[in-house]
Ligand binder design. Structure first.
Ligand code: HEC
Ligand code: HEC
Ligand code: HEC
Ligand code: HEC
Ligand code: HEC
Ligand code: HEC
Ligand code: HEC
Ligand code: HEC
Ligand code: HEC
Ligand code: HEC
Length: 417
């Protein structure tokens, strides 16, 4: 009733938590700005942001602020204005780069004659994310086969590291500490075959009531996060967990704005949406679980894609798991993080972290296996995304060629003078 207009794709889940953004009923612009930076500041830092606020507080660029006050997020990302909101919460017309860069072709011959609404829509630039698109990076990765010789992603080493640091593996039977009546419960065998007993995780690690010490039949499905903290914080930062983080009830497919299977509408999102609590499966978590809820053509076309062929081969044991591609390879990528002073490979559980603009997937995913040019072309092709990468990209993004051209010209000039 109080909402003054439809909320953006990014924030609709928390729209009723007004205080998430309006942290004080009094402040105006600055208060909103602080809220944006609190939640998004870190991700923009790691994005190698091409337009950080500091660029516009620099007196040399002061004239640009008159065109568009880019010091403030809400200049470009207004809220509650559904009529004027485009992809990624953008509330500006598409040719906004022109206002500040109308002279670009004077400095760069390669840019003569390019349309001004094409800077950011054709796979060449983003306003913020510049991790895989800056000139030196394009040059460094200018050559390469479509498929790399060693087409492999990182290997998970969680349990391995853990076991190496343990004194002695505990006896599995000693960890079966549930009341006797559970001896024949199917949960027992599932748990025995999981990695948990080898890591010393007993039934009561999850099933014990903290205060009374009593057996707790149905533990909270988020209990996993008490031990797996990096996975928990990733989960809470993305669309699967952001409602829980804002203190609201868990997200369900019924509340979604994107296509979901009817049969899943009542399911509440938690750790056990993808991992069953006893076998803590990681394989079905990366494909079967996802398609149990999601229902777009991109999603449904995956099963017939070449990547799914790799997944099937890995499941049959014909290729190592590091050469497989499933939904999680792209959307919950493996990454190196520091945990207790040690570098370790973990799964990033924020499926929005590399989703949009999709060039964020280049370094986090595709470059493990493909060349930069092939990745850029593929991700700039909406039809190919819809078919879940079944086939080859149909058009070519010229950014690498342009960087190479400019570099060669510069080298020739050096030789002449
Ligand atoms: C995700 C962040 C976010 C949430 C959640 C949010 N708002 Fe806003 N709201 C904004 C932003 C940003 C603006 C400024 C929009 C602009 O400048 O056009 C705004 C503007 C407004 C305004 C206009 C005030 C003014 O100064 O122009 C009202 C009223 C308002 N919001 C009410 C609400 C209410 C009520 C809720 C909860 C039901 C809510 N908002 C939830 C971000 C949010
Ligand atoms: C309480 C934390 C929070 C606050 C405050 C917040 N956001 Fe967000 N925002 C999120 C989450 C969570 C998402 C969804 C996940 C994602 O896309 O990373 C999101 C998504 C977005 C998106 C991407 C939308 C898309 O469709 O891909 C933009 C743009 C954005 N926020 C800008 C802002 C701006 C500008 C403000 C300040 C007015 C703001 N946010 C305030 C948490 C927040
Ligand atoms: C001059 C316009 C402009 C300003 C100012 C701006 N943005 Fe953006 N933002 C964009 C555009 C354009 C996109 C679409 C993706 C792209 O081109 O990088 C975007 C995308 C985003 C996204 C989603 C994609 C991503 O890269 O994560 C987030 C989150 C975001 N902006 C947050 C912010 C925050 C927070 C601020 C303020 C600190 C801010 N933006 C200021 C133009 C702007
Ligand atoms: C509000 C003004 C403004 C807008 C709007 C703007 N830029 Fe910029 N941009 C700047 C300033 C200032 C710089 C830094 C000085 C320079 O290079 O001119 C910059 C730098 C850049 C750079 C070089 C970044 C680097 O560090 O390598 C690129 C590329 C770029 N902008 C592309 C874009 C694109 C694409 C858009 C539209 C999506 C855009 N800009 C919109 C002001 C703006
Ligand atoms: C890693 C945490 C964890 C461990 C270890 C664990 N459980 Fe569970 N268990 C859960 C969660 C979470 C639920 C609740 C599932 C739900 O709400 O649907 C559950 C549910 C159950 C149920 C209720 C029936 C069902 O399947 O929903 C039984 C019985 C059970 N566990 C027995 C055991 C036994 C016996 C052990 C030890 C051999 C064990 N559990 C070890 C997390 C665990
Ligand atoms: C009492 C602490 C604890 C709880 C609670 C717990 N785990 Fe674990 N879990 C561990 C430890 C320790 C390991 C082995 C080392 C590692 O991967 O961190 C592990 C391993 C795993 C692995 C396998 C990692 C690998 O590399 O093979 C998965 C998947 C997993 N847990 C999921 C879950 C899920 C899902 C829940 C909740 C239903 C849960 N865990 C609850 C402690 C816990
Ligand atoms: C229990 C149902 C459920 C399961 C299982 C599930 N999701 Fe989701 N997913 C959702 C819901 C609900 C949303 C939020 C949609 C919205 O806000 O409109 C979402 C959002 C997303 C988004 C962000 C979409 C966007 O436009 O911002 C991606 C990407 C995603 N999920 C991928 C996956 C992948 C990959 C898996 C499996 C590893 C998976 N999901 C498993 C229900 C589920
Ligand atoms: C959207 C589905 C999904 C949800 C929800 C989910 N996971 Fe995962 N998780 C996966 C997939 C898929 C993998 C394996 C990915 C791979 O093999 O690269 C995984 C791997 C793991 C691992 C082992 C790898 C590592 O990072 O050490 C742990 C531990 C884990 N998840 C814990 C959790 C916890 C805790 C939660 C809840 C906060 C959770 N998961 C929620 C899909 C999910
Ligand atoms: C090779 C990488 C890759 C694989 C594999 C992949 N996706 Fe995606 N996915 C993407 C890209 C790229 C986008 C588009 C992001 C954008 O530009 O908006 C996307 C978009 C999405 C979206 C948001 C748009 C929509 O269609 O609803 C969801 C949800 C999603 N994927 C789920 C899945 C699921 C579930 C699977 C497995 C069945 C899967 N994806 C397999 C790369 C991949
Ligand atoms: C773990 C390695 C791996 C990762 C990561 C990976 N791919 Fe692939 N991809 C392959 C392999 C291997 C093939 C060829 C499969 C075949 O022909 O059976 C392939 C095939 C493709 C194809 C189809 C080519 C054809 O001839 O039909 C496209 C398009 C593609 N990948 C794009 C991408 C994009 C975009 C990303 C990143 C979002 C990505 N891939 C991530 C290994 C990977």
């Amino acid at each position: 009733m109080y909402l003054i207009g439809g909320t953006t794709h990014g924030h609709h889940q928390i729209e009723m938590q007004c205080a998430a953004c309006h942290t004080s009923p009094f402040g105006g612009g600055e208060v909103l700005q602080e809220a944006c930076v609190d939640c998004h500041g870190d991700e923009l830092k790691v994005a190698n942001d091409s337009h950080p606020k500091s660029k516009f507080t620099d007196p040399r660029n002061a004239d640009r602020i008159d065109i568009l006050d880019a010091r403030y997020c809400v200049t470009c990302h207004r809220e509650h204005k559904k009529e004027i909101t485009g992809e990624m919460g953008l509330t500006l017309p598409k040719d906004y780069c022109f206002g500040c860069h109308e002279n670009v072709a004077e400095k760069r011959e390669t840019h003569k004659g390019l349309a001004f609404d094409s800077c950011a829509s054709s796979g060449c630039h983003n306003y913020h994310d510049n991790r895989a698109l800056y000139e030196d990076f394009l040059l460094k990765h200018a050559v390469g086969d479509v498929l790399k010789d060693k087409a492999e992603r990182l290997r998970l080493n969680g349990l391995e590291n853990f076991l190496a640091n343990r004194d002695a593996p505990q006896q599995v039977s000693a960890l079966m500490d549930a009341p006797e009546e559970y001896n024949n419960d199917p949960a027992v065998e599932e748990w025995q075959l999981s990695s948990h007993p080898s890591a010393g995780v007993a039934c009561r690690s999850c099933h014990q009531d903290g205060s009374t010490g009593d057996w707790h039949e149905k533990p909270n499905a988020m209990i996993c996060g008490t031990c797996h903290q990096s996975q928990m914080s990733g989960f809470l930062a993305g669309k699967h967990g952001m409602r829980l983080k804002a203190g609201l009830s868990a997200m369900t497919p019924a509340m979604a704005r994107i296509a979901m299977k009817d049969s899943a509408s009542h399911l509440a999102l938690s750790c056990t949406s993808c991992h069953s609590p006893h076998d803590v499966n990681q394989q079905s978590a990366g494909f079967e679980a996802c398609v149990g809820c999601h229902d777009s053509s991109h999603v449904n076309n995956f099963a017939n894609s070449p990547h799914a062929g790799l997944m099937e081969q890995a499941r049959r044991g014909e290729i190592p798991d590091t050469q497989s591609v499933d939904c999680a390879t792209c959307h919950l990528p493996r990454e190196i993080i520091e945990e207790a002073g040690e570098k370790i490979v973990r799964v990033n559980h924020n499926q929005n972290d590399n989703l949009r603009p999709n060039q964020k997937m280049i370094r986090t995913v595709c470059l493990d296996c493909h060349s930069l040019a092939f990745a850029i072309d593929s991700l700039a092709d909406p039809a190919l995304i819809q078919s879940n990468f079944s086939g080859l990209p149909t058009s070519h993004v010229r950014s690498i060629d342009m960087a190479v051209e400019r570099d060669e010209k510069a080298n020739q000039r050096e030789k002449v003078f």
